[in-house]
Ligand binder design. Structure first.
Ligand SMILES: Nc1ncnc2c1ncn2[C@@H]1O[C@H](COP(=O)(O)OP(=O)(O)OP(=O)(O)O)[C@@H](O)[C@H]1O
Length: 357
């Protein structure tokens, strides 16, 4: 197995577009706390590098507290104390120019929100004002960012709702009058009405039952294709990733530990943590009892030396306790941070042959 230079792997991952829409480079974001007079830092995002191409849905998976929400906050420039960005950069290559998110003024950041970069949150009530009709949410968020005003603006909203198979009458409802699924559909309509180039979706279907979830995901996939937007989709639910995302990044304890095309990760997971996530998914006809992962995730305020997964890893060897494994490109578009995987190319090589395009 030939290990690729990260730049070569990165280029290979971006088959569809020469320049990624989002580039995150060596990003570290820590919560800086003072507890009983003692300074503590929670290393929630610790040296994360990845890129998202145009027109792709990139999934981010990992168990609770692995740093997913912190990563998307830092990507969106929504950084409030005690969270602080230590090092690294986040650049968007929008159609009207490149923006380094940490060099923008609050005004410049406000100008790209909704128009170029928008969000779909888990609780749609956080964007839909509970005491105002839905129409006012559209006015508040979208009106400043589109050229149409007055009747032309109302027509734009109406046409967008119809495109998403929503009745125009939904505009007259209060959020509490709609079901959870319908509220999430409205939140997707709101997030996409200005035609954003990049959408961040944070657990948008987690609170919904499976049938409603399927409809909401199909709606998101449909509008993403129509607009040609890129999506960063965050959920711990691997089944959702399998159905929706094009590429997948796996986070563990503040770090990205594996990345590749979603189908390749499911067909041949390399990192022991990814293998665990995938093997614990239920499969029809398989009634063998699923074993949970022993131990608990590390305390990010006192990170371990070496690989953060080593105390729970069935494959851990000596070096895993001493040195943090770097993310290494092992095939075009495939990276993994694991000493065992990268040190045993022969064992992994046949598997990697399968995932080569
Ligand atoms: N405001 C905060 N102050 C201090 N630590 C925080 C704060 N918010 C999150 N953390 C810590 O940062 C780490 C990463 O949390 P984060 O919420 O980003 O993980 P997550 O993967 O999104 O989890 P979940 O799926 O449960 O939302 C955790 O250790 C968490 O306790």
């Amino acid at each position: 197995m030939t290990l690729l230079h990260p730049a070569a792997a990165s280029a290979a991952a971006e088959d569809d577009a020469a320049i990624p829409l989002l580039s995150v480079d060596r990003l570290k974001a820590y919560y800086r706390l003072k507890l009983f007079g003692i300074d503590r830092e929670v290393r929630a995002v610790d040296d994360v590098t990845f890129a998202i191409g145009r027109n792709e849905i990139y999934g981010l998976a990992g168990e609770s507290s692995s740093g997913k929400s912190t990563l998307i906050k830092t990507i969106a420039g929504a950084i409030r104390p005690p969270l602080a960005v230590e090092t690294g950069s986040v650049c968007f290559n929008f159609s009207d120019g490149t923006r380094d998110i940490y060099r923008l003024t609050p005004r410049e950041l406000g100008e790209i929100r909704w128009k170029r970069l928008s969000y779909i949150m888990q609780g749609s009530m956080s964007v839909l004002n509970p005491v105002r009709r839905i129409r006012h949410s559209f006015t508040d968020f979208a009106l400043p960012h589109v050229p149409e005003k007055g009747a032309a603006f109302a027509e734009r909203i109406g046409r967008h709702l119809e495109r998403l198979h929503l009745e125009r009458s939904v505009l007259d409802a209060y959020p509490h009058e709609l079901s959870g699924g319908m509220r999430q559909r409205v939140a997707i309509a709101l997030a996409t009405v200005c035609g954003p180039e990049f959408i961040i979706a944070d657990e948008p279907t987690t609170a919904l039952d499976v049938i409603v979830q399927k409809g909401v995901l199909a709606m998101l996939r449909g509008i993403q294709r129509e607009l040609g937007s890129s999506v960063l989709f965050v959920t711990h639910d691997m089944a959702v990733h399998a159905n929706l995302t094009d590429r997948l990044g796996i986070m563990y304890a503040g770090r990205l530990v594996e990345e590749g095309r979603t189908r390749d990760l499911f067909r041949q997971p390399l990192h022991p943590y990814t293998r665990h996530l995938i093997s614990s998914l239920p499969q029809i006809g398989d009634d063998t009892p699923k074993k949970g992962l022993e131990g608990s995730p590390p305390n990010l305020a006192a990170p371990l030396s070496g690989c953060r997964f080593h105390p729970r890893c069935p494959l851990a060897i000596d070096i895993c306790r001493r040195e943090a494994p770097p993310m290494v490109a092992v095939a075009p578009g495939r990276r993994v941070a694991c000493h065992v995987v990268t040190a045993s190319p022969d064992a992994v090589a046949p598997a990697m042959e399968e995932v080569r395009p």
